[in-house]
Write a new protein. Structure first.
Length: 248
């Protein structure tokens, strides 16, 4: 059986059990909505324009935060891998901030940057940037020394070694960091919007929870889950095209 069939079968089985549990096992409908009820709620939410606004707002926050974190993370990872001095300076900050619960800092960012989009972008970027930094540095430092010495023996200069050997060897690690950042970035969007927002999927989830609208709440959750699946698979597809040697 193809691998995709296994995955699709697993999802369908999970949805069937979810439907059964919501219909027959959970007595109160205030605690769990069935998948069919969630699908029924998506139509009105989309037609009245509210869901479109929430998806657009969260999407912009994610794209800006994730994109900026990827650029900064790859750059800092290159610096830490290329210079022991930069590594000694940056390592305490990377280790300390990576271990710091960003959820605890989200209210502080709201005070500093307001309830607008900037505070959400900062939360997303802070959650995404550290896996990218760590994986980029690890990938560059894992370049086989024998391969580097072999290429150098044929007269390659530092620039050629970097672009022909070190960077290709590090790309699978970099893509792994980018994939890890997707889930963390989506979490950052929701966390930031829960603490203060005028729109967004996190805002939708919070408002739905306060009014016990479980169908709308799970609709927001499912949209985030589907976005994570699509983005992760998109990066896997891109990695297979750009880094085919990573499968070996």
């Amino acid at each position: 059986m193809p691998r995709r069939a296994w995955g699709a079968g697993s999802v369908l089985a999970g949805l069937a059990f979810w439907e059964f549990a919501a219909r027959f096992l959970v007595e109160s409908k205030l605690f769990l909505a069935a998948p069919t009820q969630i699908l029924a709620a998506l139509g009105p939410l989309w037609r009245d324009g509210g869901l479109k606004l929430h998806v657009y707002t969260s999407g912009v926050e994610f794209i800006l935060g994730y994109g900026s974190a990827c650029v900064i993370g790859v750059f800092l990872g290159f610096l830490m891998a290329s210079s022991d001095g930069f590594k000694r300076v940056l390592q305490p900050w990377v280790s300390g901030l990576y271990a710091t619960p960003t959820v605890a800092l989200a209210p502080l960012f709201l005070l500093w940057f307001g309830v607008g989009i900037l505070s959400k972008v900062v939360v997303v970027a802070l959650l995404v940037v550290f896996p990218v930094i760590i994986n980029t540095e690890t990938g560059l430092r894992q370049t086989p020394r024998q391969l580097v010495e072999t290429v150098r023996s044929f007269g390659a200069n530092g620039r050629q070694i970097f672009f022909k050997v070190s960077l290709p060897a590090a790309l699978p690690f970099i893509f792994a960091g980018l994939r890890l950042g997707i889930g963390r970035g989506l979490i950052g969007v929701v966390v930031a919007e829960l603490f203060g927002a005028r729109a967004g999927l996190g805002y939708l989830i919070q408002q739905s929870a306060e009014t016990f609208n479980m169908a709308a709440l799970f609709a927001g959750v499912i949209i985030l889950a589907v976005a994570g699946i699509l983005l992760t698979n998109g990066f896997l597809w891109l990695e297979k095209r750009l880094v085919p040697w990573s499968e070996n």
